[in-house]
Design a protein around this ligand. Structure first.
Ligand code: SF4
Length: 721
């Protein structure tokens, strides 16, 4: 299956994994390469010539021994068997037609992914709404960026993860990372923090002394280690202190915001000593951080300050409120919309940013516009060549969608979908309360999975369709800064693997669609650019050719919005006004509540989840890379020696964790980097070591984000064999 070297061409592209989108060049494999192409980093502003271990080893994934190279159909014997494309697609068409005839268009659901190119994400949304005619489409970005997106759209009118170039961070006097472990998730990004660290200006909030939190120790940075689930209380206290000590930027608040008085009243009850009793962070530390941020702000005479959120504070049933409180803090300090200061959310998935802009989200159309906006519906309908009223309305957000699968109708709720398409996601490992998801998948009449490896979800499918991956395709991605970049092909896909662009067009044709589907990525991009015109994420002025020309000329790339072919892009969108109707940032009062699944007798220990350097997302890709799996082959549960000795758990012994939803088993690793009331497990593993067997599927009422980051568990040594 390994492609002959003659089929490999040099390609300047980007890493297949996270949203930093480190730049790399692929060449025919040399003797040292572990895959069919040789990977070398190249200069690009975000990675500045760096790659992490995942990027260096990414070639290996292209020809992993269990790569799916033919369509697979589940036979009467219950096993998946190779099939031709005609057999696989005809099977899908026949079964879909029967299900939709029996139960209506809504009986088909689609689950997309934040790793798909912009072109694929756009086509998937168009396919769901024009061919399947279903509102039931959402994607795994709901688990990633939805809280930040909801809060930022409400406050600033526009959600672009970082509304400034990443390199701007270096000029600040203070950067506060809230629930982000950049040193482990995006190692090359940490170099941009070096000048801030040298000034003693790095502040990290995390219940663990993560690798990033440890970076605060070499100078005079700060690590706040709150009780899991109380990040919002910390933010309310910081805002209280800034206001109480008159460290606010009054001129900025008057000129650029609305709602300050409401927020001022709402934080009045969060004086630091009271907050300390909730979040466990000493009042003196809270005061020191508030004063440090204020001194770094322009109003305080500093070079500037940034507040950056990650999944640690966003994956919560109060995730939107927590990000809102972060933005409120940034606004009282006068940071957003000023060069050298700001608020941003650090996007995780490779195309988590673009993935939420082009229409694979339940409530949105291309251009990052609301699916309920009549003008947006009319515009997109004209591009698609359909009547606006035929575009379905909003669908169910991911957790609700997954739990509704195969559910019979009741007096209170309609029947759930009976068929599911999954593209670029491994929900059986990545969704919260995954035991419940497994039950929902089992209730389906038809599960179709497009993937390039037999992920845990693909292994349960009725039909598996083999697809191309990063180095085998052309397209675009949009990085964590909203910079649109080119993905380029270096080698052909193995066997019969095809692009989702071809698969969706072919399915549309066989299902009798009247809507045309382009299959060339450059053509799809031109169409998505037209569909985005007038939206906040406006790509009108971009094309593959313009992106290529800019890169050839060593240009800086283009940050959306780019509303015209001669527009230079928008690196810092809020300098003159925010994207709200009146141009002012909206401050919204929020308050803290305890986690839905809080600690209690019988489940007295907090469980938090996160990443390790060597693995990515559900691990479906990185667990197949030998060099990475050798370093971290299995999950561990990290716990404090005090907790371990109280529970009789030896370092390295197997531990059973129980929550209200299920059980998991992992090997203990003693660490005094974690609070004694808390344990940590990474989320990259399947089987009995899958932490999402334990996590809560309670969701944020505004964003639909699940409360991945905190639930209550009990621990015991595995002694019962
Ligand atoms: Fe860069 Fe992220 Fe790839 Fe690592 S995984 S090389 S940080 S893009």
């Amino acid at each position: 299956q390994v492609a002959p070297v003659a089929d490999v061409t040099s390609a300047a592209t980007h890493c297949p994994y996270c949203a930093l989108q480190c730049a790399m060049v692929l060449n025919p494999a040399d003797p040292a390469a572990t895959g069919p192409v040789s990977v070398q980093p190249r200069q690009f502003p975000t990675n500045a010539g760096g790659l992490c271990q995942k990027g260096w080893t990414s070639s290996e994934l292209l020809r992993t021994p269990d790569r799916i190279t033919t369509p697979l159909l589940r036979g009467a014997d219950g096993q998946l068997h190779p099939a031709s494309w005609d057999q696989a697609l005809d099977t899908i068409v026949v079964r879909l037609a029967r299900l939709q005839a029996e139960s209506g268009p809504e009986t088909v659901a689609v689950f997309g992914g934040g790793g798909l190119t912009n072109e694929k994400a756009y086509t998937l949304g168009k396919f769901a709404r024009t061919v399947l005619r279903t509102p039931n489409i959402d994607y795994n970005g709901r688990f990633c960026m939805s809280s930040a997106a909801a809060a930022t759209n409400r406050a600033l009118g526009l959600d672009r993860g970082l509304p400034f170039p990443l390199t701007d961070l270096a000029g600040a006097d203070a950067v506060m990372l809230l629930g982000s472990n950049l040193a482990e998730t995006m190692p090359p990004s940490v170099q941009h923090l070096a000048p801030v660290r040298a000034r003693g200006g790095l502040v990290v909030m995390d219940p663990r002394r993560s690798r990033t939190a440890a970076l605060t120790e070499d100078r005079q940075g700060m690590h706040l280690q709150p009780v899991p689930g109380t990040d919002l209380a910390v933010l309310l206290a910081l805002t209280h202190i800034v206001i109480a000590e008159n460290l606010i930027d009054s001129v900025y608040l008057d000129e650029r915001t609305s709602g300050f008085e409401t927020v001022r009243r709402s934080v009045a009850a969060w004086w630091p000593e009271r907050a300390e009793t909730v979040c466990g962070v000493p009042a003196a530390q809270l005061r020191r951080v508030a004063r440090q941020l204020a001194a770094a702000s322009p109003a305080g005479g500093g070079r500037g300050a940034y507040l950056l959120t990650g999944r640690g504070v966003e994956q919560s049933s109060q995730g939107t409120a927590t990000v809102t409180a972060t933005i409120n803090l940034a606004l009282v300090l006068g940071l957003p919309g000023r060069i050298g200061s700001g608020y941003g959310a650090i996007t995780g998935q490779g195309n988590g940013q673009g993935g939420r802009e082009h229409g694979q989200k339940a409530d949105q159309l291309p251009g990052y516009r609301s699916i309920t906006d009549p003008a947006a519906r009319a515009h997109v309908a004209a591009v698609w060549g359909v009547a606006p009223e035929t575009i379905p309305g909003p669908g169910r957000p991911a957790v609700e969608l997954l739990s509704s699968l195969g559910r019979p109708a009741t007096a209170d709720q309609p029947a759930g979908p009976r068929a599911l398409f999954v593209h670029g996601a491994n929900v059986l490992v990545s969704a919260p309360n995954s035991g419940r998801v497994a039950g929902a998948l089992d209730r389906l009449d038809l599960l179709v999975v497009c993937d390039f490896v037999p992920s845990e979800t693909a292994s349960r499918a009725d039909v598996v369709l083999p697809v191309t991956q990063w180095a085998e395709e052309e397209g675009t991605m949009t990085s964590l800064e909203g910079r649109v970049i080119r993905r380029r092909q270096a080698l052909p896909a193995p066997g019969q693997a095809r692009s989702e662009l071809w698969i969706l067009a072919e399915l549309g044709r066989r299902l009798g669609a009247q809507v045309a589907f382009a299959t060339e990525p450059a053509d799809v991009f031109d169409e998505l650019a037209r569909a985005s015109a007038g939206g906040v994420a406006d790509y009108t002025g971009l094309s593959h050719a313009r992106l290529d020309d800019d890169e050839a000329a060593s240009g800086p790339g283009f940050y959306w919005p780019v509303p015209a072919a001669d527009h230079p892009g928008t690196p810092r969108p809020f300098q003159d006004r925010f994207a709200t109707p009146d141009g002012r940032a909206r401050m919204v009062a929020v308050n803290h509540h305890a986690p839905v699944d809080d600690v209690r007798p019988g489940a007295p220990i907090y469980l938090v989840t996160g990443r390790v350097l060597q693995h990515y997302q559900s691990g479906a890709q990185t667990r197949r890379v030998a060099d990475l799996n050798r370093i971290v082959p299995e999950p561990v549960v990290e716990l404090h020696p005090l907790l371990a000795s109280r529970l009789g758990i030896e370092n390295g012994a197997e531990v059973r964790l129980r929550s209200a939803r299920g059980e998991a088993v992992a090997r203990a690793r003693w660490s005094d980097d974690i609070r004694p009331d808390t344990v940590f497990m990474p989320f990259h593993f399947a089987g009995t070591g899958s932490v999402n067997l334990l996590t809560s599927d309670a969701t944020d009422p505004i964003s639909g984000m699940p409360e991945f980051k905190v639930c209550a568990v009990d621990l015991s040594p595995v002694t019962d064999g």
